[in-house]
Ligand binder design. Sequence first.
Ligand code: 4NP
Length: 161
Amino acid sequence: MSEPRVSVLMVCLGNICRSPTAEAVFQQRLEQRGWHAHVQVDSAGTGDWHVGEAPDRRSQQHAAKRSYRLAHLRARQVRLADFEVFDYILAMDRQNLRDLEVLCPEPLRHKLSLFLAPINGPDEVPDPYYGGAQGFEQVLDLVEAASDAWLEHLAARHPLP
Ligand code: 4NP
């Protein structure tokens, strides 16, 4: 199996709700398309409060209703090497993007983008942490739409099978 040629990092604040959801949804779609050997996806948080933890139980439960598995994921914080390693670094909201812009060396800032940039509609995935069930469903709806849009974007720019 060849090395992944394209890599994508999903970033939110805690890496326990939005970005692990995005990682799992994106991974499922890569596998559906047979692209998982060519595109690598990971996730991280700008904050360190939840490092080492599994995704929030509510995120896991709502994702499971749509057959996404999150239980194996563990939160980690964004590290400087990520800006070198990953080709696309996708922020769930504008504050995440601002935090990444502060950390990221200027020559690598072109890798940063809002995750929702390629879809019509909101440009942020709202933080569901302090809200109710509807927030977690909205995260999934937005993440599914943006994942499909990013896959089309990648397919147009990279040689994928
Ligand atoms: P996430 O959600 O950024 O989507 O993982 C949050 C998780 C935890 C906290 C905030 C947002 N927190 O403040 O602990």
